[in-house]
Design a protein around this ligand. Structure first.
Ligand SMILES: [Fe+2]
Length: 360
């Protein structure tokens, strides 16, 4: 292990200690094999030196090779790692459908360890907390609602709990709670679940039953009470505007509060039959404006400050038609980073008339 100045970092170096910001946010976990975007991320946090392993590792060639004008996301979608991850998450979504069906019919026991095992495998395949959002943000055109959503929420809940530096047991609870939070949808009429147009007001009300139906299904099972609470409370809001019990503040289970944020973020940023995926920066802006009253402040602030950093080096399209790469996150305006468009630097915190339309 050796201490290396940030200016001397090179792709392929292996991070040997978790890297944190001075205010204790995880920048990169131990074991990360550095790529250009990771080095940019470390530099963006004004860090001076980091510990790396003595030996470098080879970076996958298809990640290293310059591809002309391709954006970071376009390059990522061509990597072997992404193609494999996409295939595996889709296979696991199908298996999860079968497991949920059997659990709902009482023909299979609810074995949390067995059910969550593929999630941990996917997490490792994605490269842990530093890589998972790269993968998920590029799967946004998949509209397989319940099962893919369940896997996504589980992976995101795991990441948030890790960012919050919770214990391993708590991280496992968040992962499990995220995975089965919507299991009650198995007991809803399929016309409602598979509807390809927006739900009517009446249908939206009916859909709220999935929470209680899910809780009824699992409440007698031998699983941790926090996991049960994730099923019951993932639509509760701290200001009392949620359902089914309109719980407020600390009456909401802390693990369920993590799943709530993961659920809203994934729901909004995923494509649906009747609407396009909403740009993550629009969702982040809404969280910044309205989130503090509705969500657990510690969960939402940890999530927002970390998620924006996963977009450093990504190319975005602006509302003026220009596109450029995110080079700096402004901690006071998380949804308004600095963008490099050719030779021009656009600071969205001061150009309020502009906004990010999409990540490309
Ligand atoms: Fe739900």
């Amino acid at each position: 292990m050796k201490l290396v100045s940030v200016d001397k970092l090179e792709p392929g170096m292996v991070v040997s200690e978790n890297i944190y910001t001075i205010d204790d946010r995880l920048v990169l976990p131990k074991g990360t094999v550095l790529e250009e975007k990771d080095i940019a991320r470390v530099k963006a946090h004004s860090l001076y030196n980091i510990f790396v392993e003595d030996q470098k590792k080879a970076v996958a060639p298809n990640k290293q090779t310059p591809k002309g004008e391709l954006s970071y996301a376009e390059k990522l979608r061509q990597t072997e790692e992404f193609i494999k991850f996409k295939q595996h998450i889709e296979e696991n979504a199908e298996r999860l459908e079968e497991s949920f069906r059997m659990i709902a019919n009482d023909t299979m026991p609810l074995d949390i360890d067995k059910l969550t095992e593929p999630v941990y495998n996917l997490f490792v395949e994605a490269g842990g907390t530093s890589g998972i959002f790269d993968m998920l943000h590029n799967l946004r055109d998949n509209s397989d609602a319940v099962y893919m959503h369940s896997l996504n929420v589980s992976l995101i809940s795991n990441t948030i709990a890790t960012w919050m530096r919770l214990s391993n047991d708590e991280i496992q609870l968040a992962t499990a709670g995220g995975l089965i939070h919507d299991i009650g949808k198995m007991l809803m009429p399929s016309e409602l679940i598979n509807k390809t147009t927006p739900l009517t007001e009446y249908e939206q009300k009916a859909m709220k039953d999935h929470v209680v139906k899910g809780y009824e299904l699992i409440k007698g099972k031998d699983i941790d009470v926090h996991i049960k609470n994730c099923v019951l409370m993932h639509h509760e809001m701290r200001d009392g505007s949620g359902y089914p019990l309109a719980l407020k503040n600390d009456k909401i289970d802390p693990i369920a509060s993590i799943v709530t944020v993961a659920n809203v973020y994934d729901e909004m940023t995923s494509k649906r039959e009747y609407r396009d995926a909403i740009c993550p920066f629009t969702v982040i802006e809404n969280f910044e404006k309205e989130g503090i009253g509705k969500f657990d402040p510690h969960v939402i602030m940890t999530f927002l400050t970390n998620i924006v950093n996963t977009f450093i080096s990504n190319r975005v399209l602006l509302s003026n038609g220009k596109s450029g790469d995110i080079i700096f996150i402004n901690p006071d305006h998380l949804s308004r980073p600095v963008i490099k468009c050719g030779m021009e630097f656009i600071d969205l915190a001061s150009k309020r008339e502009l906004s990010i339309i999409s990540v490309v």
